[in-house]
Each structure stands twice: as C-alpha cells, then as structure tokens.
Unconditional design. Sequence first.
Length: 137
Amino acid sequence: MTSSFEKIEHIGIAVSDIASAEITYSKMLGVEPYKREKIFSQGVITSFFKVGDNKIELLQAISPDSAIAKHILKRGEGIHHIAYLVSDIRKEMKRLSDAGYLLIDTEPMQGADNMLVAFIHPKSTGGSLVELCESVV
C-alpha cells in the first residue's frame, strides 16, 4: 500500500499562555495569527500562524488533564508534534498500523483548522509525536 502523505501540514508548539505566545510569535514571524479556536475534544486552545507555505500551531491546555498540560508538566513548553497532510487519513492509519506503528487514536477525530486528525505514538517514531491531518473542506 502506498503512502498518501502530501507535505508537512504544521508544527505544533505547546505553550502555557497562548496570548503571550501569540505576541512573541507575531513579533518574531512578522505576521498575526489567522485563527484561534478551542478544540474541546482535545482540551486545547489553538492559534495558527501562516509563514509562506508553512503553518505554526500554538497549543494551550484548557484542562489540567489534557495532553498539552501533561506535556508541559513533563517536558516544558516547546515543540509538541509535527503534523503531515494526508489525502486519506483512514488509509494512512491502516497502512501505518499494518506496518507496526502504534496509533494513539483508533478513529480520526475533528481537529483544529478544519482537519480530521489522528496521532502516532512517539514510541513508534523515534520519540516524535506525529499527527496525521486530512482536510475536511
């Protein structure tokens, strides 16, 4: 089965204070965030920046038991995941599972920025959390 990976979709960065991080990243990148939204199913507030063809996603926990809150407690703020755009998320989940990758999600879920998302456990990828994204627009 061939891959439907298309490109890096975004880099996710865990932050403790999204408003402060937006100021920092706006100054650094020279652009304002284009979208902020709450994703209750994942317990986060996200803020997206577009720089050329690339996107940066800031993630702040909205609940203390969210993955972002746990990440910050364990590792501090910083890069949380790398996301790849795929044309068929279910096909990729099956392909990767069949190849021995440990999937965190058994079904894709609604994510930020009009995407279906699913995650691959860092134990399967040499220590990096990987997000699969499929556009739903």
